[in-house]
Design a protein around this ligand. Sequence first.
Ligand code: SF4
Length: 326
Amino acid sequence: MEKPKVRSDWTRAEVAQLYQRPLLALIMEAAAVHREFHPPGVIQTCTLLSVKTGGCSEDCAYCAQSVHYQTGVKAHKLLDVTVVEEAARRAKAAGATRFCIGAAWREVRPNRDFANLLEMVRRVRALGLEVCATLGMLVPWQARALREAGLTAYNHNLDTSAAYYPRIITTRTYADRLRTLQVVREAGLQVCTGGILGLGESEADRIDLLHTLATFEPHPESVPINRLVPIPGTPLAKAKPPSIWETVRVIATARLLMPTSKIRLAAGRESLSPVEQALCFVAGANSIFLGERLLTAPNVPLEADQALFEVLGIQAQPAFAENLPT
Ligand code: SF4
């Protein structure tokens, strides 16, 4: 089979056509493309630490950390640099190769917290880990400072389609989001951006989101696919999480559209059985979060992940190994 071309000129109709294929055929094709671009059985393992929790002025309808909702989340100010360094050391010992730093901010401000954050990035990088951060909106000099401190990638999710976005967040726009992603790319950082399934979006919204992601040039290096974890107290507390079939369909389509990207089975993985997770890996997911918590949401216990890796013969991708030979 000739290696498929990596394209950024997908039309919306082409994306819809792939998305709507019979599911088994879609999964099989995605698995074949995955095999062309990635070593089978190698999964990137990331750990996410909330270094500043709660008190966020944004109103994202799914989030436990927004000041707009009563969620009972325990807020804390920016953690001490040494606490973060120690957490990164433990994550590395548990098998993580990428350490992600999350702060519940609307945007990065030019203050002492940012200086401390840069120091966290330096220390985590010095442990030999890839470092990712998710800190809200950025301006160019901040993105460059993060890059100089050793940041590998910046996460900034689009969440859903441009049309549905105002139903989920009103305190910023889709254009704000796209602008920050551009700033990140121009600073020479890897781009990590994806979506959340289960926000009440339609199939058309999912297709639109995939189309937006797949027409970035170059594609985002990481595409997290999150399954909503409904949080009591938020407007989406009673939302129905997506089915495994919807999840796999989105993963397989993303794999076909963005063959070289890491597709990350991110939040909501703990509600999938080991067999369902294995199906997501077959369909092209090749990155997960390790660790008991994802910001404020529960995640899969480490022992369960170790058992799953063992039974499936999965290896963790070493840090800084972008493309292992297939
Ligand atoms: S998702 Fe991020 S930006 Fe939105 S409310 Fe939560 S912490 Fe704030």
